[in-house]
Every structure is written in C-alpha cells, then in structure tokens.
Design a protein around this ligand. Structure first.
Ligand code: HPA
Length: 315
C-alpha cells in the first residue's frame, strides 16, 4: 500500500546521517507552545520548506496507531519530517513515524500527521502536544480526522473492530491537564470552549452511511482518555465502564479540544486493539506489541474505509 511514487522528501543535502549538530540545535530550539507568535513561526518554517501552495490544506489527519497506512497513500506527497521543523515536538513511540505529509487524498488537499504527541511523552505539556492542531488550522484545515488504538471496554467490541467516537471523557482535562489551561491569547480562540458537539454529527452520519454501503461493522461509542503510559488496572477499567465509556486510550481528547477551540470539525475513530480487563481474577497482560500487531493487521482496512469517507466529504 506504500505509494510514494511521486513523493518529495524534504531532506537538506547537508543532512546525510540524520541531524547535523546545527539542525539538531535548530529543531531543539525552545518555543513556548502557549505563545501565538511562536506557533506562527513554526507555520512560516513549514511554508518555507514545502512551499506556500503545498502547505495549504483543507483536511487534517492525525494517524494514530492503525491509520498510519493512510498517510502512505497520499498522492503527490511532500514529506516533511518533524525533525526539520524548528521547535516542533518529536515522537518516540514505536509505530509512529514522525512526518508531516502534504498532498491530495480523494480530491482534497490534506496534511497528515504520521505520529502524534502523547502527554505522557511530554511531561503532560498538553499545549505542546496539541501545537500541530493549531499549526494545521493556520494551514487552512477545516476538518480533522483523528484515529487511535484503544482497549475495548464495551463487551461487544472485539479485536480489530472500528468504533466511531460519538463523545469523549477527557480524564486528564477534567483533572486540570487541559491544553487550554494558562493565559489564553484570544487569537487561539475562545477562553471557554464548548465541546457539546466535539465529534461532528454530520461527519459521523457520513461515516455510518459509508460503512453501511461497504457492509462494514461499525460501532459508535464513548472514548475515554487516561494519562498513561501504564495500562489501566481492572478496577480502573470498571470505573470507566460504570461512567459510560466504551473504549479507552491515551490520546485524542486533547487534540479534539484544541480543534474545537479553532473551529475545526472533527471525525474520530478508535481501532480496538485489545480487550480491556474488567476482572482482576481473570485479567490478561496488555502489551504494546499486541496493540501494534492488531493495529497493523486491521489498519489497512481502517485506512481504506477512511479513504472512502474522504472521497465523499464536502469541506
Ligand atoms: N489502554 C490505554 N491505551 C490503549 C489501550 C488500553 O487498553 N489499548 C490501546 N491503547
């Protein structure tokens, strides 16, 4: 499925063997993710490197574990590694590539993030982890598709199932770890953001229609984000079940919160990679290898489905 036939990889000729000291220093440049002008400087650097026209995008995709293959199907792809963007965070999670991919999908101008930023990797600096969403907004993104790997809580869910996210429980956000905490520059958007419609109803209906036409089993449910990186104990999973969650993971809600502050519409999916333990007497170990393995097996199918949705999307 890897199709970079007409792709362009942004790699300065001076960089033979990963980052030269100067480039590493540039990338490590400290920025304040809560500073609007610092964010604009990142946008300017991206435009300069890939070109203003290439950088313009209407659809943003955050490929979590599972939707990675979709980034590989972008047409006329221009690939900008995160390591070339001064001040941009980096991802260290196995299975996350760390590229911005610009190009076309289903006739739309897209920017794909191959690799996202989990709060547990960045000392719970959620503003830093969501910086790419604000950058995407500046590039013109109006609709964002997010995906994640998740543990199934609802007992109907099986390995490899796809769950459309209807609503979320942003546990770190409820505990004060929100990307919106701190002094708010009004250029970012409203101080108090309504998330009553975080996952756009029309986009969900489109996904359901496409799923029906493709004879796909598609669930719809509530996603809960925990802080991680430890997986949850059976008692914690039971708690989430009691409060109405269907699937659980360690990402997405912070990105969706910022997208809503910017006015970006969101469509979200969870790829069920493991069944979360509800009973300590019958629990089994959850491993990242299992998560990656299932994500890999089911990812191609999920990516094809999302491509079909993009085809029918009107932005
Ligand atoms: N818990 C948290 N995050 C996850 C899980 C899980 O069970 N599976 C995949 N990501």
């Amino acid at each position: 499925m890897h199709n970079f036939a007409h792709s362009r990889l942004i790699t300065p000729s001076t960089m033979e063997n990963n980052n030269s000291p100067t480039q590493a220093a540039e990338h490590d440049q400290k920025i304040d993710p809560r500073n609007f002008d610092d964010m604009l400087a990142i946008v300017a650097s991206i435009k300069e490197q890939v070109g203003e026209e290439t950088a313009r995008a209407e659809l943003g995709i955050i490929c979590g574990s599972g939707l990675g293959p979709i980034g590989d199907t972008v047409q006329n792809a221009t690939i900008l590694p995160y390591s070339k963007i001064p001040g941009f965070p980096t991802t260290h999670v196995v299975g996350h590539k760390g590229n911005m991919v610009f190009g076309q999908l289903g006739g739309k101008k897209v920017v794909c993030l191959q690799g996202r930023f989990h709060p547990y990797e960045h000392s719970m600096d959620l503003a830093l982890c969501t910086l790419p969403v604000r950058v995407m907004h500046q590039l013109g993104v109006k609709v964002m598709i997010v995906s994640n790997a998740a543990g199934g809580i609802n007992t109907v869910l099986r390995h490899g199932d796809l769950m459309l996210i209807k609503d979320h429980i942003f546990l770190p956000g409820l505990a004060g770890f929100s990307p919106l905490v701190g002094c708010n520059d009004p250029r970012f958007g409203a101080r108090f953001v309504s998330v009553h419609d975080a996952y756009d109803k029309q986009l969900r209906q489109l996904a359901i229609d496409v799923g029906r036409r493709n004879n796909m089993t598609l669930y719809e449910g509530v996603y809960v984000m925990s802080g991680g990186p430890q997986y949850e104990s059976p008692a914690e999973v039971s708690l989430f079940k009691t409060v109405g969650a269907d699937a659980l993971g360690m990402s997405t809600c912070h990105e969706v919160t910022v997208a809503r502050q910017c006015g970006i519409k969101v469509l979200g999916f969870s790829l069920i990679t493991n069944i979360a333990n509800l009973d300590a007497d019958q629990s089994v170990e959850v491993s990242h290898e299992e998560v990656l393995d299932i994500a890999k097996q089911a990812g191609e199918r999920a990516s094809r489905f999302v491509s079909d949705i993009i085809q029918e999307l009107t932005i």
